[in-house]
Design a protein around this ligand. Structure first.
Ligand SMILES: Nc1ncnc2c1ncn2[C@@H]1O[C@H](COP(=O)(O)OP(=O)(O)OP(=O)(O)O)[C@@H](O)[C@H]1O
Ligand SMILES: [Mg+2]
Length: 657
């Protein structure tokens, strides 16, 4: 028998591991698994914090990001914001300790969750370069100067080791600036800082972001709105999602002396009455001291909670982007691709997963210069942060792949997997607690409740895309029929006339009879000087008889009407305009722009700074003859809701006789 047992040998080696030491060895958990990704992760952590801080302080964010190349494979990431700043005594803790932050214990939607982000980046930087990070911060209270500190993380003790500190002059009244040196590789493309910032700008249309890449000109993402996102309110945990261990820990820490008080005070939606009901069902007296609860009693209470009807958690802890701003954000950033259609975005009502409120939003962009023969692009977001890695493991991607997109007009082999077509699908999941698959927060875990909500939102937005595509197809088919009829009929007529030795007849009336449609054409002209849009609707009656028409058009919500010509019968609050048109005679032949006798409706819309690519449309129900031209002018003061340039939605559209 050995003099010392193996167990004793092993016991000598046992010792505590500090959090920092753990993450230093397991950098991949924090998103530092490759040099290329490291740069992106560092930028992301700093920018996420800047946006969170601005949000908390109700400040319109102004963020500058610079990636500077300092050596062959060494970079310096500089992120500066105009946020509230950090008080001097907290700077070293916030940046020099892992798992230190203000958001972990707070249940409301924010980008930060763990208190690991920025200190993780600093630790990666110091491990790979041996150099400290440089932080500068100024709060409104710091009268004359900003506090500046150079620090590294003492990984053994998980504490900041300050190398140098000072007060310096800074032209900013408040804000924070972080400089992190790190070993990395700079790449362009899908997973670059540029793409991350571009995507960030889409879901944070209220932020202005300036990016200086290592080479080339700075890029500016201007804000698309001055509207601040609604401030989120902190909530208490909802009892439906609580787990046994957490419940017992809370019971040990509570200041309440009675079980009923503990339940009512520390959980959301438990009233005194509901607390009593829970205690009764669980068979535990409401006067029980929470600290003295044993395992059996705690279990009984959790079981009772499940059987008692409790209201869903409040939802002001969430900060959805909203349909209007999703569209504006998409247009602001994707405008140069000239998409033909922005499917009206969908913001679902809030739902709950394990007691945590969450909300799903979806937007789809279609056509224009997007590649028609490649898989669609999926833009994934959680709590307004773009997710660029781990797509396969992400609930968002899985939900997109599970939809049968053939129903919504996209190509998809076998009705599953990523569809093909000129489309970008944006999905945003906002929650007080996003269930990420790892600490690097790159993918949303496929929780059934979340998958279902994403699925419903995708389908709702998909249906809106389908409506557009169906109308487009119908128009194209009608146009094709016109072309064919006009080419072939005259030839047949010519040949037959020759055979019987007669003159070829005029076929216009016959063409009209065969077509039997009301053709509606819309065009939009933008006058940049006057900041006015003029929308013209031409209506052609290609049916055999003259008819009277009701013409309906739907305006975007933010549009201000100018002059309308002719005068409409009704302009509704929701933007629906209806004209009762006079009799329009049947037109012989096919539609030609500028053709005489068309009924034309014209509208001018003012102060619309960007082009409106697609005037949603008009529908006409006919009763009469010919071809009529109506004119409608829309204008007036500034467009409601800012620089509104929401497109007009199609209302029925196409042509009905
Ligand atoms: N630019 C900033 N302005 C103001 N406060 C900041 C800034 N950056 C960080 N903080 C504060 O420092 C804390 C720690 O930041 P850190 O990124 O480490 O964690 P987090 O954002 O809370 O969570 P996560 O690990 O999910 O990013 C934050 O909770 C916030 O209170
Ligand atoms: Mg953070």
């Amino acid at each position: 028998m050995p003099s010392i047992s193996i167990a004793e040998e092993l016991a000598k080696k046992q010792r505590e591991i500090s959090i920092s030491e753990f993450f230093e060895r397991n950098k991949q958990i924090l998103g530092y698994d490759s040099p290329t990704k490291a740069l992106l992760t560092a930028v992301k952590e700093a920018v996420d914090n800047s946006l969170d801080a601005a949000n908390d302080a109700d400040i319109l964010p102004e963020i500058s990001v610079e990636v500077r190349k300092t050596d062959k494979d060494e970079f310096r990431v500089l992120v500066e914001d105009n946020g509230p700043g950090i008080v001097k005594r907290e700077v070293a803790n916030v940046f020099g300790r892992l798992l230190y932050g203000s958001r972990f214990h707070s249940l409301r939607q924010s980008r930060g969750q763990q208190g690991l982000g920025i200190s993780g980046a600093i630790m990666y930087g110091q491990v790979t370069t041996g150099k400290p990070a440089l932080i500068r911060s100024r709060t409104e209270e710091m009268k004359d100067a900003a506090y500046e500190v150079e620090l590294i993380i003492d990984t053994r003790r998980n504490k900041a080791s300050v190398q140098r500190e000072d007060f310096v002059a800074w032209d900013k009244p408040h804000g924070t600036r972080v400089e992190i040196p790190l070993k990395s590789r700079y790449v362009m493309g899908k997973q670059s800082p540029f793409e991350y910032l571009k995507a960030t700008a889409i879901v944070n249309p209220h932020a202005r972001i300036v990016y200086k890449p290592p080479e080339g000109e700075p890029i500016v993402f201007e804000r698309a709105t001055e509207e601040l996102p609604p401030k989120t309110v902190e909530i208490k945990p909802h009892p439906y999602g609580i787990e046994l261990g957490t419940f017992l820990a809370m019971a040990k820490e509570t200041k309440s002396h009675k079980l009923s008080g503990f339940l009512a005070e520390e959980f959301s939606r438990i009233s005194a009455r509901v607390a009593k009901e829970i205690c009764e069902k669980a068979g535990v007296p409401p006067e029980t001291k929470p600290r003295s609860l044993d395992l059996q009693e705690a279990k009984a209470i959790l079981d009772a909670i499940k059987s008692v009807k409790i209201m869903a958690p409040p939802t002001d802890c969430l900060s959805p982007i909203g349909e209007k701003l999703i569209k504006r954000g998409l247009k602001n950033v994707l405008g140069p691709l000239k998409p033909e259609f922005y499917s009206p975005p969908v913001t679902r009502d809030p739902a709950v997963w394990q007691g945590n409120p969450f909300q799903v939003e979806v937007g789809i962009v279609y056509g224009g210069d997007l590649p028609p023969d490649q898989p669609i692009e999926v833009l994934r977001f959680s709590n307004r942060v773009p997710l660029l890695y781990q797509a396969g493991a992400c609930a968002i991607m899985q939900a997109v792949q599970a939809v049968d997109w053939r129903r919504y007009g996209l190509e998809q082999r076998g009705g599953e997997g990523l569809p093909f077509g000129p489309a970008i699908v944006l999905v945003h999941v906002g929650s007080v607690k996003v269930p990420y698959t790892s600490e690097s927060k790159e993918a949303v875990a496929p929780i059934p409740e979340i998958l279902e909500e994403i699925d419903l939102a995708l389908k709702e937005c998909g249906r809106r895309l389908k409506t557009h595509l169906t109308k487009k197809e119908r128009r194209a088919k009608t146009r094709e029929k016109f072309d064919i009829v006009q080419k072939i009929l005259p030839r047949i007529a010519e040949k037959s006339a020759k055979i019987v030795g007669k003159k070829a007849p005029n076929l216009d009336a016959t063409v009209t009879k065969i077509m039997g449609v009301i053709w509606i054409e819309e065009s939009i002209a933008y006058d940049a000087k006057a900041k006015k849009h003029t929308v013209t609707i031409d209506l052609h009656n290609f049916t055999s008889a003259g008819k009277k028409f009701h013409l309906h058009a739907l305006l975007p919500r933010s549009a201000k009407l100018g002059t309308l010509d002719p005068k409409p019968k009704e302009v509704r609050e929701d933007g629906k305009v209806t004209w009762e048109l006079k009799r329009i005679n049947s037109v012989p032949g096919a539609p030609r722009p500028g053709q005489g006798g068309i009924r034309r409706v014209r509208a001018v819309r003012e102060r619309d700074q960007r082009r409106t690519r697609d005037w949603g449309g008009a529908a006409a129900r006919g009763l009469g003859t010919g071809l009529r031209r109506v004119r409608r002018v829309r204008g007036g003061a500034a467009a409601r809701g800012g620089r509104g340039r929401d497109r007009l939605r199609r209302d029925g559209g196409g042509a009905r006789g």
